[in-house]
Design a binder for this molecule. Structure first.
Ligand code: HEC
Length: 120
């Protein structure tokens, strides 16, 4: 028997590839929402994790910053950003507005606390 010159296309595929189906599929894709952006506090806090460890869980001598009371943390951060710079922390915390410090403090308070965190 002579092999057919056209490759065999299963009839299900032929039917699936109508322009109408493609249109319908792209409509489905367009309706899919993008993955939600992480909360602003999480984005702002990610910079802290360079020194204080991923999610505020330190791996070296750094202070843990996860799981602290949000109001206490906010006050502490604000104070550091306003006082005469004494160390690296006071300098880099100046990059944030008080509203951003609030978001950071709120987010950090939702993270697990480590044994190296202190309560002051
Ligand atoms: C470049 C490294 C670095 C980054 C980034 C950093 N820190 Fe720190 N942080 C330090 C060091 C060093 C100390 C301890 C010495 C000091 O207080 O200056 C500290 C101390 C702290 C303390 C304790 C202060 C005290 O006196 O008890 C808190 C709270 C803190 N950091 C929060 C944060 C937060 C929140 C961020 C992100 C906005 C952040 N840190 C980013 C280096 C860093």
């Amino acid at each position: 028997m002579q092999p057919s010159s056209k490759p065999h296309v299963p009839s299900t595929l032929k039917r699936a590839a109508t322009p109408r189906t493609i249109l319908a599929l792209s409509a489905v894709c367009a309706c899919n929402p993008l993955p939600a952006a992480p909360p602003a506090g999480q984005l702002l806090s990610s910079q802290c994790f360079q020194c204080h460890g991923t999610n505020g869980q330190p791996v070296s001598g750094f202070e843990g910053i996860g799981g602290e009371n949000a109001n206490e943390m906010y006050k502490e951060l604000l104070e550091m950003s306003l006082r005469k710079p004494e160390g690296i922390m006071d300098l880099q915390i100046r990059a944030y507005t008080p509203a951003q410090l609030r978001l950071i403090a709120n987010y950090l308070s939702t993270l697990p606390k480590t044994s190296e965190s202190d309560d002051d």
